[in-house]
Write a protein that binds this ligand. Structure first.
Ligand SMILES: [Zn+2]
Length: 237
């Protein structure tokens, strides 16, 4: 078991040396995805605001049409009032004038509100477009620089992990499996100790275990933190 433990210690040291690189390689696509999501969010907000602006403009056209009708209606009613031949006709014309005046006032108020809405929407749209373009620019430059960085990191990782496969074949598959499972959760899955304490969790190991560790005839894990522990003497001999 000694040779296997030595190989495992070397493998763990190798993996630990590449750990920062592995992390960065994992973070780069995550960061890019975040940026892409941000750009998409801005894009859909932009589309929404453009749609709102279109609706407001459409409303303005409709209200302007109604205002025109009311204005024409007012002119007709005034004509009727001028041409009225009876008090009843004059009253009716007067009521028509009033109704049209009210209608005109309502349409004008509505148009003023719509005008404000359009102005505000146009202004925020300019801002939104600026944000969108900015975010797109950031994404693009990050995508480019990430490509370079990923290549660099992969080369670096290749160097650090050179000879890894040769080490793996020296270790029993069940041990490699256990090691792989452990290292997905913790940074230093294999710990080298030189006294009765686990250097990772700083807990004292049972005295019997310390002795067994030096014999190097089995794979042991820290009873407290579950890390694989190997005695320094085993890898030094
Ligand atoms: Zn421990």
């Amino acid at each position: 078991m000694r040779d296997e433990l030595v190989a495992l210690a070397k493998l763990a040291k190798m993996d630990d040396s590449a750990r920062d690189i592995e992390n960065e390689l994992k973070q780069i696509p995550e960061r890019l995805q975040e940026l892409r999501t941000g750009v998409q969010t801005l894009e859909s907000m932009l589309a929404q605001e453009r749609e709102q602006l279109n609706v407001a403009r459409q409303l303005k056209v409709e209200q302007s049409g109604e205002l025109k009708e009311r204005t024409e209606g007012l002119q007709r009613a005034r004509k009727k009032a001028a041409q009225a031949t009876s008090a009843r006709e004059a009253d009716a014309a007067e009521r028509e004038i009033e109704a049209n005046r009210r209608g005109i006032k309502e349409r004008e108020d509505e148009l003023a509100r719509i005008g404000q809405t359009i102005k505000a929407k146009e202004a925020s749209l300019v801002e939104r477009e600026k944000d969108f373009e900015e975010a797109k620019g950031v994404l693009q430059s990050e995508e480019e620089s990430s490509k370079t960085r990923v290549t660099e990191l992969e080369v670096e990782r290749g160097k650090l992990l050179n000879g890894r496969d040769e080490l793996v074949v020296k270790i029993p598959k069940t041990v490699v499996k256990r090691y792989d499972r452990l290292r997905t959760g913790i940074a230093n899955a294999v710990i080298i100790i030189d006294d009765g304490t686990c250097t990772a969790c700083r807990m004292a190991l049972p005295p019997q275990l310390s002795i067994e560790l030096q014999r190097a005839d089995a794979l042991h894990q820290c009873p407290h933190c579950r890390r694989i522990i190997i005695h320094k003497k085993v890898i030094e001999d």
